[in-house]
Design a protein around this ligand. Sequence first.
Ligand SMILES: Nc1c(C(=O)O)ncn1[C@@H]1O[C@H](COP(=O)(O)O)[C@@H](O)[C@H]1O
Length: 160
Amino acid sequence: MQVALVMGSISDWPSVKQTADLLEQLHVSFDKHVISAHRMPQELQAFGQSAKAEQYSVIIAAAGGAAHLPGMLAANTTLPVIGVPIQTKALNGVDSLLSIVQMPTGIPVATVAIGNAGAKNAALLAAEIIALTDEDVNTQLVAYRDKQTKEAIASNAQLQ
Ligand SMILES: Nc1c(C(=O)O)ncn1[C@@H]1O[C@H](COP(=O)(O)O)[C@@H](O)[C@H]1O
């Protein structure tokens, strides 16, 4: 698999599904895992440390609240980790965002926006990394961008 799609809880799946659907559309192969740094610390460490040997190219990690999962995965691998802040009820996902984005120097997490835009951009960012060496994924990405541009131009008609 090219991407490991990891979430802190099964309750994150409705958001993470948007990432999964877009990865599928872009022909990126991936598998899905619930792994919590807080609830499954040993499994988290084992997963991070074996991720490179498993031949993943990118890890996407989505978590909400005290979202230490992306950072702790990044601590256990040198693969690129994309962090997705899940929108929370109590603090609207600002808690998730700040937990993920403010990493110390030396252990980066590529953090995307809170909510739907972030969930989708995580898939696109992963696909852009994969597309460096995968012509099929590159073709899908170019087509995605092309369609998006055409739709934006066509939306001018709604102004008339
Ligand atoms: N942020 C983390 C971590 C972690 O970072 O290890 N593990 C679970 N969670 C988050 O807790 C929220 C509530 O989880 P539950 O619904 O299971 O109580 C979820 O958004 C999950 O990502």
